[in-house]
Design a protein around this ligand. Structure first.
Ligand code: NAD
Length: 418
């Protein structure tokens, strides 16, 4: 049985503990700086106390405690934790983005190659039945050669306000730009589906709504301090957290744990936390600076074009994909669980997925956990494995998009990564 260490037991780390142990790995070592969250996971999986740490230094000083490690700390911590894990000799499953800095990604890539470490990055969409099927259809040649890919990442107004206005990914200096944090999945998918590298990248972006000048008169800093606009404002915490819609219900449990920072909490604790937590703030009085909308144009190898649009302003959180080939097209909406394949002057097909194939990143969270266990067993990456070397592609394109957005110039990738 393969053994696993996990560092960072927030939303993602706790979720990987569940899937990895369910699919046959043993959680044997943990590191989490919040003792309450650490204790919960330690108890759940009977992890020996001598292998549980609140300090990352003490954890890595113990050397290699398991076959593989999951790195699920925050974006800016991944670099340090990856470098320590590489030195110790762990095979790695690292959350995306690997780092908001190109130099750090390149150094990690170099070091894993040097040391023969297997490192997978959590581009979970690759492992979903939905994108797996799209990939199979493209590879079958039925739509001919891919000419263009159009990907639209509709973040969802409630998800954007939670993560990118009030939450962890609101500031570029603390995490990274939203086109990397949210859309490295989409940039990875553009590469994975076409297997074409980017040659030129350009991008524009904007912030329009979540700005101090849009704050309505009389709104307090915290929504629950009697905001007079509570009824009309879609971002009031009573709507986002306390009376969730069908779109936000799946996030209730993880949001409670995140906002209270407690393993278990009552609704009373939750409401109390919202009175002082960053997540309880008026969306017009947060210290956010990441883009709300961004469009990226990519000229890929062999005359293939791709565009990616990210927008905060959609009702639900989903991706639209359009792939045009020389002989046909694929048109999909992932959260609706269906896509169409139209072969020109030929067959039309609708492909549908069941509800279970749509939960938790379209089933990708479960499948990547299984794939990591398999990788540890066989040490042979599958064709879809999101290895570190492949991850460089999505991350470089996100960095180039940011450079373009800031400078107004088109970025030639061969010059950019010199
Ligand atoms: N693959 C995906 O689709 C996906 C989705 C959401 C988040 N993420 C990424 O996953 C990572 C984790 O996100 P999350 O939502 O679980 O965040 P989180 O804040 O809920 O969890 C991070 C945890 O790491 C702990 N931590 C921080 N520094 C530590 C240290 N030095 N030592 C030990 N523990 C430490 C924190 O206390 C926290 O519990 C982020 O990089 C995020 O961008 C990926």
């Amino acid at each position: 049985m393969k053994t696993i260490a996990i560092i960072g037991l927030g939303n993602r780390g706790a979720m990987y503990a569940m899937h990895l142990s369910r699919y046959g790995a043993k959680i044997i070592a943990l590191c989490e700086k919040n003792p309450n969250l650490l204790q919960q996971v330690q108890n759940k999986y009977n992890v020996p106390a001598e292998n549980c740490f609140t300090s990352d230094e003490e954890f890595f000083a113990k050397g290699k405690l398991a076959d593989g490690i999951v790195i699920a700390t925050q974006d800016r911590d991944h670099y340090g934790h990856c470098m320590s894990a590489i030195d110790v000799g762990y095979d790695i499953l690292c959350e995306k983005p690997v780092s908001p800095l190109y130099e750090e990604c390149a150094e990690i890539d170099r070091r894993v190659k040097e040391k023969g470490i297997l490192m997978m990055v959590c581009h979970v969409l690759r492992y979903s039945a939905y994108y797996d099927k799209i990939k199979q259809i493209i590879d079958s040649g039925v739509i001919g050669d891919v000419v263009s890919v159009t990907q639209v990442e509709n973040v969802g107004y409630w998800h954007f306000s939670h993560s990118y206005v009030r939450g962890n990914w609101r500031r570029e200096d603390e995490t990274g730009p939203s086109i990397l944090a949210k859309c490295c999945h989409d940039l990875d998918m553009i590469y994975y589906l076409t297997r074409k590298k980017a040659v030129l990248v350009s991008s524009t972006g904007s912030r329009k709504l979540f700005l101090p000048e849009n704050k309505p008169e009389g709104a307090p800093k915290y929504c629950l301090d009697g905001c007079p606009h509570a009824k009309k404002c879609p971002y009031h915490v009573s709507k986002i957290y306390l009376k969730p819609t069908r779109y936000t219900i799946p996030y209730m449990i993880t949001n409670k744990r995140l906002i209270t920072q407690k393993a278990k909490s009552s609704m009373k604790d939750f409401k109390k936390a919202l009175k002082t937590s960053p997540y309880g703030r008026c969306v017009y009085e947060c210290d956010n600076d990441v883009m709300e909308n961004q469009t990226v144009q990519l000229k890929l190898e062999d005359g293939v074009n791709a565009t990616l649009t990210m927008t905060a302003f959609s009702n639900s959180c989903y991706r639209h994909t359009r792939i045009s080939g020389t002989k046909g097209e694929i048109l999909g909406n992932d959260i609706a669980g269906k896509f169409k394949v139209n072969v020109f002057a030929g067959k039309r097909k609708k492909i549908r997925f069941g509800l279970l194939q749509l939960l938790s990143h379209l089933g990708g969270d479960v499948e990547i956990s299984k794939e990591f266990i398999e990788l540890l067993k066989t040490r042979k990456p599958s064709k879809r494995a999101s290895l570190m070397a492949e991850t460089m592609e999505s991350h470089i394109n996100a960095f180039a998009a940011e450079e373009s957005r800031k400078t107004g110039k088109t970025i030639k990738i061969s010059d950019f990564i010199k």
